[in-house]
Design a binder for this molecule. Structure first.
Ligand code: ADP
Length: 409
């Protein structure tokens, strides 16, 4: 059962108060009605207890209805207030509503028929207002939280940006350091290689095999070290964007032949065949000859390195839109699906036991990929463990100068 409505009537006329009580008794409300004869007593009651609704006489001995409603609303009272007006005072009613009165009833028409819908209406409006105010309060709270979160995110974004800049700077310094160090290391190493070559020749003449073998090891290890340093130097230059490509006329057929012939002795020692097919309308392209050779050398030497039985093929063919495709295929150990996405990462070497059997830095493929991309081409790989791998490089026949390449879509 609904709780009784707590009502207050502020009216100095006893008969009017009685009329209101009667009308209420004939309505379907359960109610408790308190009565006040003056504005002062009514105000004090409203301040000391909670009411659901109050009825205000327009003319009170100590205040008029307009002043009273303004004062009550000013004090923060937000319950429904219904004015009880005299006959024909419609204008007064409008100013009362403007001042904050919820509704008005003419005393002459006061009955349960007019009172019941009026009370229902003002209480419904009051509740809707309360709910709206609560929803608004929640919204404001959520808004505040959102603003705070936004500020936190902004701070985090700035921090990430700052860290990024730091990382870029550290990476730049690292590349610079590597480039300088590699360069500095190459000078004494070239002296070691050069003198070991001279010594090898001398010792051959003197036929002291023991020393010849030692010097030979100095020579080959020096060369290997030089290859590693060159890889590091290339990689750091590529990473720092400090490597420039030459634009020259290159005979691709010759480059393929020279790479294959250079690796044939190694392939022969491993009893694997190495074959090449070049089918091009013209073998001439515009590119950087030395870097193109480096790309092919990396791929073909990997193919030979990671193949113990079978064959290595290098095939070159023409694709539409002045594109050349170079495929290096082998019947070697292959690459597991899990490793495939990483093999172009710098310093990535699969299964250390297998890789360690073969010398390498783990930089070859990342250098190859960066070089191919600089040449405005692409590289991809297909491989199955135990069956072999196929690396495919596509290149434009004409390497565009960087400024022109930037303008192209
Ligand atoms: P590395 O100097 O070790 O050869 P690369 O960057 O050239 O470094 O190659 C990375 C790794 O990818 C190699 O260590 C090897 O495990 C794998 N790999 C590259 N080419 C082949 C291939 N033809 N067959 C099988 N594995 C390969």
């Amino acid at each position: 059962m609904e709780q009784a409505l707590k009502l207050l009537v502020i009216d100095d006329d006893e008969l009017d108060r009685l009329a209101l009580r009667r009308a209420l008794q004939h309505s379907n409300f359960r109610f408790e009605l308190q009565e006040a004869e003056t504005a002062a007593v009514g105000t004090a009651l409203l301040a000391s207890q909670p009411f659901d609704c109050a009825f205000l006489d327009y003319r009170l001995p100590d205040s008029d209805g307009l002043t009273l409603v303004l004062k009550l609303r000013d004090s923060g009272l937000d319950i429904p207030l219904i004015a009880l007006t005299g006959q024909g005072s419609e204008e007064t009613a409008v100013s009362l509503l403007t001042a904050g009165m919820s509704d008005y009833l003419s005393k002459s028409k006061l009955s349960s028929d007019t009172l019941t819908p009026a009370i229902h209406r003002v209480i419904r409006v009051y509740r809707a207002e309360q709910e709206a105010a609560l929803a608004n309060k929640h919204l404001q709270h959520a808004n505040k939280l959102l603003k705070r979160k936004n500020q936190e995110l902004e701070v985090q974004r700035e921090e990430i940006q700052r860290r990024n800049l730091q990382l870029i700077e550290v990476s730049r310094l690292k590349s610079e350091f590597l480039a300088t160090m590699s360069h500095e290391l190459k000078t004494p190493l070239n002296v070691i290689i050069g003198f070991s070559q001279v010594l090898m020749r001398r010792l051959k003449a003197g036929e002291d095999n023991r020393y010849h073998e030692m010097v030979e090891r100095i020579f080959f290890n020096g060369q290997h070290l030089l290859m590693l340093i060159n890889d590091i130097l290339d990689y750091s230059k590529l990473e720092a964007g400090r490597l420039n490509l030459r634009h020259e006329s290159v005979n691709l057929s010759d480059v393929v032949a020279s790479v294959v012939e250079a690796l044939r002795p190694l392939a022969k020692r491993k009893h694997i065949r190495i074959e090449k097919t070049v089918s091009l309308s013209s073998p001439i392209l515009t590119s950087d000859g030395a870097r193109l050779r480096q790309v092919l050398d990396n791929l073909v030497s990997n193919a030979v390195k990671f193949t113990d039985v079978g064959q290595v093929w290098v095939s070159v063919q023409e694709l539409p839109q002045d594109t050349i495709e170079i495929a290096v295929k082998d019947t070697g150990i292959g690459i597991a699906a899990d490793d495939l996405p990483h093999i172009f990462d710098a310093l990535y070497q699969i299964d250390q036991t297998v890789s360690r059997k073969h010398k390498g830095t783990g930089l070859g493929l990342s250098i190859t990929q960066l070089l191919v991309e600089m040449m405005q081409g692409g590289i991809s790989v297909e491989s199955s463990p135990g069956e072999g791998s196929c690396f495919t490089v596509t290149l434009p026949r004409q390497l565009q100068s960087p400024s022109l390449a930037e303008k192209l879509p």
